[in-house]
Design a protein around this ligand. Structure first.
Ligand code: FES
Length: 206
């Protein structure tokens, strides 16, 4: 196995072009691992999507060597051809940037599926459909609030806003889903029982 992986990644919109990156090749490396390495170590402006990393949500889907694949489930070794690995956005959706597609049309079509609400019989597929739709709505709401943050704190690190949040001026972001859009608002955190640096455990803050 070669020690270096040459990864061609689509950059820009639909009229963009491939750029080639070289990164370490590893055992059991997935395509998503490789794309993540490029974004974390080589070019933080690379845009792509993923969520579960365990092959459940489908958000990591990209075109790999010409074929649509879930990149968190696809190992480099299973698809590499003559040392070439080419990763592009899905080909049947408009490209927003790099490996990220506009999913609006997909979700519109998705809304047209399902089971008529005139049938009240217990239907597992219908329940799954509602659960999945709501899970994705909640995921999008969480993502919207994370994007609204303008500082880094704890596990939430943003390269574009590296300054740490000031605990005394902590704020939280609320989100309301309304007519297909998210309304966000910032609110100060009112510390009632424990202030930053304090603890309810005796002597623990010392
Ligand atoms: S990240 Fe969820 S299926 Fe790949």
């Amino acid at each position: 196995m070669a020690k270096i992986l040459k990864l061609k990644v689509w950059r820009g919109g639909r009229d963009g072009a491939f750029e080639t990156y070289e990164l370490p090749r590893q055992d059991s490396q997935t395509i998503l691992d490789a794309v993540t390495y490029v974004q974390r170590r080589i070019d933080p402006t690379l845009s792509y999507r993923f969520a579960c990393r365990v092959g459940m949500c489908g958000s990591c889907a990209m075109t790999v060597n010409g074929k649509a694949r879930w990149t968190c489930r696809t190992t480099v070794s299973s698809v590499i051809e003559e040392d070439l690995l080419e990763v592009a956005p899905l080909c049947n959706l408009p490209v927003i940037k790099d490996l990220v597609c506009d999913m609006t049309h997909f979700f519109e079509k998705w809304d047209e599926t399902g089971i008529p609400d005139t049938n009240l019989a217990f239907n597992l597929t219908w329940h799954d459909w509602i659960n999945l739709k709501n899970l994705i709505l909640v995921s999008r709401a969480i993502t919207a609030t994370a994007i609204a943050r303008e500082n880094s704190c704890g596990a939430h690190y943003r390269a574009d806003f590296p300054n740490e949040a000031v605990a005394e001026r902590s704020e939280y972001v609320s989100v309301i889903s309304r007519d297909g859009r998210f309304d966000l608002a910032r609110h100060p955190v009112h510390f009632t029982r424990v202030r930053p640096g304090e603890s309810l455990i005796k002597n623990a803050a010392a």
